[in-house]
Design a protein. Structure first.
Length: 478
């Protein structure tokens, strides 16, 4: 089955054709109005002149009878009168007039009618057919008089107007068709380019991008958005591949340890003493817990990004939570030779989930204590900023994070320590980022309180809008 060309099946072509058709119809209606107005003027003018003639003949008949009518017909016919006359006696025999006989068509007395007649043209010596309009008057005794006017010139003008109407409507439609085809071909070519990119991406080529002409029209904007979407998809795919590699690496170690212990026991074939058996089971449980923690962290991040827990957010003062975290982490800091400082303002309220907030800042504090060298310092602060927002921050004097890697560390399974000898799954800061997004908080990362170029320190802050107390509605008075 043969299909129409692509551009003929485009929405642009259909809309262009619809617009051209509407314009052609509008032009036709306008020209039809001109036609009707012009033809109507000629018709009304002719009928008014015929009416005046008929009045004259009726008055003559009333005063002088049929002879008076004949006299006027003879006078008008011999002069340069623009009217046409045929006066007949009973039986249809010609009496007088400038036409030789009544027209062959049947004329109804009392009504104006169109008819044609033959007229000799002395310039070419030929009989010409002219159009006319007249009325047949019946007098007593079967006498009849046709009074008419030649309307050939008016009719030719009306014919020219009519032809102009049809030609103009046809030209508008044809030009609309041509312009629609040209515009649609260009539009279809640009859409084909976008579809080619989509097909290549579906086939697996994530490097393809849509061409742009930077005209800032709708298709150029669509191409720009498509390219931005493809960039995002490529980034997500790369992150997914990286996450897959990372999680495989992180899960392989505990699984390998578990398998090696079981294999060693099977190979030995001896029953373990109770004390040794308990130790083996505890180590296996620790490895299983490490696996479960990784999976739970991934699930927690996914739920946060899906917004599943936003209905649990309450208006709370985070100062008590931060004091609890300080009590938990301060002994750890002292054991590793670090100063632990707290600076917490009271009475600052935010809308948040206490558990999520605790987990996020536990992860931040754990990283700060893990990577800050001995003799350094870690500070936990809660402050109200000048703009009225509430900032909760952790600042350390550790090695910090290079500026070009600060965005990457908030992705899943990303760890700056490539050898992955340190404990952890690379999900801690990813969870922090998910908590910040779920709360609508701004996540800020920058240099900390380090005193040299090699150890600039790290500053991480979550900035929350201040949650004001809701005003209680006054109870209605009884």
């Amino acid at each position: 089955m043969n299909r129409l060309p692509t551009f003929l099946r485009t929405t642009t072509f259909r809309f262009t054709m619809l617009a051209a058709s509407l314009f052609a119809f509008s032009a036709f209606v306008l020209l039809a109005f001109v036609y009707e107005t012009t033809a109507g003027v000629f018709l009304r003018q002719t009928d008014a002149l015929l009416a005046s003639q008929i009045i004259e003949f009726n008055n003559a008949f009333n005063k002088g009878g049929i002879n008076a009518v004949n006299k006027i017909v003879v006078e008008h016919s011999t002069g340069r009168d623009p009217y046409l006359y045929v006066f007949t006696k009973p039986g249809g025999k010609f009496v007088s007039g400038n036409l030789s006989a009544l027209p062959p068509i049947t004329l109804k007395p009392g009504a104006n009618s169109h008819f044609t007649y033959k007229l000799y043209n002395p310039e070419n010596g030929m009989q010409e057919t002219h159009r006319a309009r007249g009325r047949l008057i019946r007098f007593p005794g079967e006498y009849m008089l046709l009074v008419a006017r030649d309307t050939e010139e008016e009719a030719e003008l009306v014919d020219r107007i009519s032809r102009a109407i049809w030609i103009a409507a046809g030209l508008v439609l044809a030009l609309g068709l041509i312009s629609g085809a040209l515009i649609s071909r260009r539009f279809a070519a640009r859409l084909d380019a976008l579809n080619d990119v989509a097909r290549d991406v579906i086939a697996g080529d994530l490097k393809r991008r849509a061409p742009r002409n930077h005209s800032d029209d709708e298709l150029d904007e669509l191409a720009g958005n498509l390219n931005a979407m493809l960039n995002r998809i490529e980034q997500l795919m790369a992150a997914t591949r990286h996450a897959g590699d990372s999680i495989a690496h992180d899960l392989r170690s505990p699984l390998t340890r578990m398998r090696n212990r079981l294999e060693a026991q099977l190979r030995d074939g001896k029953a373990l003493e109770q004390k040794n058996a308990e130790a083996v089971l505890h180590r296996t449980m620790d490895d299983a817990d490490e696996l479960l923690q990784t999976f739970n962290a991934v699930l927690r991040i996914a739920r946060l990004e899906a917004g599943e827990q936003r209905e649990t957010y309450d208006r709370l003062d985070p100062s008590s939570l931060l004091h609890d975290l300080a009590e938990l982490f301060e002994p750890v800091a002292e054991d590793t030779g670090l100063d632990f400082e707290i600076e917490i303002e009271e009475g600052l309220f935010i809308r948040a989930d206490r558990g999520l907030l605790a987990q996020a800042f536990s992860n931040i504090l754990d990283n700060a204590l893990k990577y800050t060298p001995k003799g350094g310092a870690v500070a936990l602060r809660l402050r109200k900023q000048r703009d009225g927002k509430v900032a909760i921050s952790v600042t350390d004097t550790g090695p910090g994070i290079p500026a070009d890697k600060r965005e990457a560390v908030f992705r899943r399974f990303v760890r700056l320590e490539e050898s992955r000898t340190q404990t952890g799954s690379g999900l801690g800061l990813a969870l922090v980022s998910a908590v910040a997004k779920a709360h609508g908080a701004e996540l800020v990362i920058g240099d900390g309180a380090g005193n040299n170029k090699d150890a600039p320190g790290l500053h991480i802050a979550l900035i929350f809008p201040l949650a004001r107390a809701r005003k209680n509605k006054p109870s209605p008075e009884n």
